[in-house]
Design a protein around this ligand. Structure first.
Ligand code: B1M
Length: 223
């Protein structure tokens, strides 16, 4: 891996967004993920290689550290922001179809629920894992999910809920989706959600954290 990609990967791992960002204090006034992603493209790196060799491995390290509580939400958010600032340079290539992604993931916080911090983290980690992410936002019900699946056939679905009252709404979405698309894969998560609940409502997978979600998606495409 060339030096720019190594530095870019490190910036994502430690959450260095751009030169102006004061975080982390040890990297003050140094280039961040924003500048280094641009530089890597200028040096002729392929967008797919930047994603595969620098961003995805960095986010995998971040996800694993978060899972074993070696870092916490603020650090993870900084890494996700650094990743997004690099992705902004790569997105035009992905959108043009010039560079392929692993697949499409549709995510939303379910009906009646406005909590989106965890959902956004999961979305950012999955995007950082090489997937196209369609984010339906908060308070997303069966109709919104069904419309999104019609627009993105074969997409994997992710549901997030933070309230014991709104997690019940996951069942309505799972039932509606499975009725029309029995083969659709549905992943659920959120603080009150459990493996038992996942089985009870007929969803395919429960993950307590973003890295588990990334790992599950990768098992579906065998990578
Ligand atoms: Co709310 N809230 N809140 N709140 N809020 C909780 C969830 C609560 C536990 C606080 C408490 O009472 N101790 C409680 C729920 C109780 C319950 O149902 N058991 C609660 C309540 C009651 C409410 C209101 C009803 C309060 C009121 O108005 N009376 C109200 C509901 C509004 C609504 O949604 N309709 C409300 C409102 C709000 C704010 C708007 C003020 C704000 C949300 C801001 C926002 O999200 N933009 C808020 C917040 C911030 C919280 C707490 C403090 C923090 C939630 C959070 O962001 N955690 C929360 C208490 C707490 O957790 N300490 C609380 C950090 C985030 C990274 O974690 O979302 O769990 P989390 O996501 C994790 C995992 O769960 C997982 O990955 C993430 C990273 O590890 N994950 C997935 C999440 N989604 C996943 C999906 C996956 C896989 C993994 O696959 C698809």
């Amino acid at each position: 891996m060339n030096e720019t990609l190594t530095r870019l990967s490190h910036c994502v791992e430690v959450g260095k967004i751009n030169r102006a960002s004061p975080y982390p204090p040890t990297m003050k006034e140094q280039e961040g993920a924003d500048e280094l992603a641009k530089k890597a493209l200028e040096e002729g790196c392929k967008p797919g290689d930047i994603l595969e060799n620098a961003l995805i491995p960095a986010m995998a390290i971040v996800g694993n550290k978060f899972s074993r509580q070696a870092i916490f939400v603020p650090q993870m958010l900084m890494s996700a922001k650094a990743m997004s600032s690099a992705m902004a340079h790569l997105k035009p290539y992905f959108l043009s179809g010039e560079t392929k992604r692993k697949g499409t993931f549709i995510i939303g916080t379910v009906t009646g629920d406005l909590h989106d911090i965890g959902k956004n983290l999961v979305a950012m980690m999955i995007e950082g894992g090489g997937w196209e992410v369609i984010d339906l936002g908060v308070d997303a019900g069966p109709d919104k999910f069904m419309k999104a699946i019609d627009e993105h056939p074969g997409a994997i679905i992710g549901l997030s809920a933070l309230l014991t009252t709104t997690m019940e709404n996951m069942k309505k979405i799972v039932t509606a989706v499975k009725e029309k698309h029995p083969g659709a894969r549905i992943l659920i998560g959120g603080a009150p959600v459990t493996q038992d609940f996942c089985q009870k409502i007929g969803a395919d997978f429960y993950s307590p954290d973003p890295q588990g979600a990334v790992n599950y998606l990768n098992t579906l495409i065998g990578s």
